[in-house]
Write a protein that binds this ligand. Structure first.
Ligand code: ADE
Length: 251
């Protein structure tokens, strides 16, 4: 029986998704509230993971072990590292890396102990389906029209684009141009940074649960990132997150 876990690192986004649930019940455990119900007649469990790798890894483990989810979507925001990305663009991870994992000289830089991998890749079949759905969502331009003209102007949002590529995760918020440049030197393929994706991907890989990590760019991971991030979260991220989930959770 299919049961989809939906995880997000922002309460604003999760609240919008929870309001889509039919027959909603709540389970409180380990300082998290798990919302169980259906979207488009598919069983889902929605939860706010909180920030960072430990918080998200424990939450996804709970979703797998206690709720028996069979697949997982993570939706959230990220700071842009690649110069061609703009606020509002959607990034889908085809590979994830822990940018703060460094067990040298015992292992290679970024290598995950005992997995003998430095990157984690979601299953191709699920990734392809998600990419196709998000591409449809973005190309019909309805997403951007859900925002007011004021919101679009404030964030200089024209029609967002979708990009598929590498996401780097770590327990750190990027808020300076220097940090961003240093990361690019180490990991030139990274499109954006966030604080949970690789941890969630690692747990899903270890439990053999198909997953996809989807991120909307909230800031440019630079000296403006704190202001952009807070405003984007409160005004845009929840609207985008809900539309993405409505599009993905379908029979
Ligand atoms: N998530 C959203 N913006 C971020 C940033 N600048 N650094 C890390 N995680 C983020």
């Amino acid at each position: 029986m299919k049961r989809i876990g939906i995880l997000g690192a922002m309460p604003e986004e999760i609240n919008g998704i929870v309001s889509l649930l039919k027959g909603k019940t709540e389970v409180v455990k380990g300082m998290r509230t798990y919302y169980v119900g259906t979207i488009n007649d598919i069983e889902v469990v929605v939860v706010f993971s909180r920030w960072g790798k430990v918080a998200s890894a424990t939450t996804v483990t709970h979703l797998i072990v206690e709720f028996g989810i069979t697949e997982l979507f993570f939706t959230g925001v990220a700071g842009a590292i690649h110069p061609d990305l703009n606020i509002g663009d959607v990034v889908i991870a085809n590979s994830l890396i822990h940018h703060d994992l460094d067990a040298r000289p015992i292992l290679k830089r970024f290598e995950i102990p005992l997995l003998e991998k430095t990157i984690l890749c979601p299953p191709k079949e699920m990734l392809d389906k998600v990419v196709e759905s998000i591409d449809e969502l973005i190309s019909d331009e309805s997403l951007i029209h859900l925002l007011s003209l004021n919101q679009r102007e404030k964030f200089s949002l024209s029609n967002p684009k979708m990009v598929v590529g590498q996401i780097a995760s770590g327990d750190r918020f990027f808020a300076s141009h220097e940090d961003k440049e240093n990361l690019l030197v180490m990991l030139p393929e990274v499109l954006c940074v966030e604080m949970e994706g690789a941890a969630v991907a690692q747990v899903c890989f270890e439990y053999n649960i198909p997953y996809v990590i989807i991120r909307t760019i909230s800031d440019e991971a630079n000296d403006n990132s704190v202001v952009d991030f807070k405003e984007f979260i409160s005004q845009v991220a929840s609207i985008f997150g809900v539309e993405i989930i409505k599009k993905l959770v379908k029979k």
